[in-house]
Design a protein around this ligand. Structure first.
Ligand code: SAM
Length: 245
């Protein structure tokens, strides 16, 4: 049936496409995407031929109206280059207007780098705050970190390899003593998740310049660091209890 189908695609490992995504990408009459080359490759891999329409949030009014008119009549998918559309990716305006106009909007869940990093990092996951990309400029970056300093939740940021060092140093400056995790190349061959203090991680990545895509996580404010000392103490008390009984 007509409407907008928001379809999550893999963040690196093609095996992460869902059955429902494949079925929907086959069934729709057009796929709106950020980059027709990137989406063309994915569809080729899946053996799907589709009409591709380039769309991002900078698209002109006329382009957006054409797309909205199409989804009033036919099923149209929206994908981004990787992962879940709208999450630090285009689509917000389109979905907002589609909903206002009563166009049916469905979202098909799938890969999302923030969630994969969150589950992998070992940081508290009962509450997390996804904060997108840190600002490019030093002052704005520090202001953002200061504003989030007392949030009692794990902080999750998208990051790029060239900017990792500056971000780690800003965290060291503004949120000293916090445990940080760097999750890199998730779902891919060289997947890595490394934790430590901002200074330790900065030192490591100065010696081994990071490649690829990165999610940066910061332990919650006021959270006791989960170190080996705690684990040891727990084990000792468990053993003591076991001996006593
Ligand atoms: N919509 C995507 C999602 O659902 O995760 C995010 C798109 S955003 C433009 C791109 C950023 O996501 C990258 O700079 C990186 O921070 C993160 N990212 C995407 N794929 C990743 C991966 N395989 N490993 C680590 N981070 C990734």
């Amino acid at each position: 049936s007509p409407g907008l189908y928001i379809v999550a695609t893999p963040i690196g490992n093609l095996g992460d496409i869902t059955l429902r995504a494949v079925e929907t990408l086959q069934r729709v009459t057009a796929v709106a995407c950020e980059d027709t080359r990137v989406t063309g490759k994915l569809l080729h891999h899946l053996g799907i031929k589709q009409r591709l329409i380039r769309y991002d949030d900078h698209a002109g009014e006329a382009d957006r109206e054409r797309l909205l008119a199409l989804m009033e009549a036919e099923p149209v998918a929206l994908v981004s280059d990787a992962g879940t559309p709208l999450i630090s990716d285009p689509g917000y305006r389109l979905v907002r207007i589609a909903r206002e106009r009563g166009i049916a909007v469905t979202s098909l869940p799938g890969a999302n780098a923030a969630v994969v990093a969150m589950t992998l990092s070992g940081l508290p996951n009962d509450r997390f705050l996804f904060a997108g990309f840190l600002p490019n400029k030093a002052k704005a970056r520090e202001d953002t970190l200061s504003a989030l300093a007392n949030v009692p939740a794990t902080l999750v940021f998208y990051e790029t390899a060239p900017r990792l060092d500056a971000s780690l140093r800003a965290i060291e400056e503004k949120l000293p003593g916090r445990e940080v995790a760097v999750a890199r190349e998730l779902t891919k061959k060289f997947e890595e998740c490394r934790s430590g203090s901002p200074a330790e991680l900065a030192e490591h990545y100065a010696a081994h310049p990071p490649k690829g895509e990165i999610v940066l996580l910061i332990a919650p404010a006021g959270e006791q660091q989960i170190g080996e000392v705690d684990v040891d103490a727990l084990l000792k008390s468990a053993l003591a209890t076991a001996k006593a009984s």
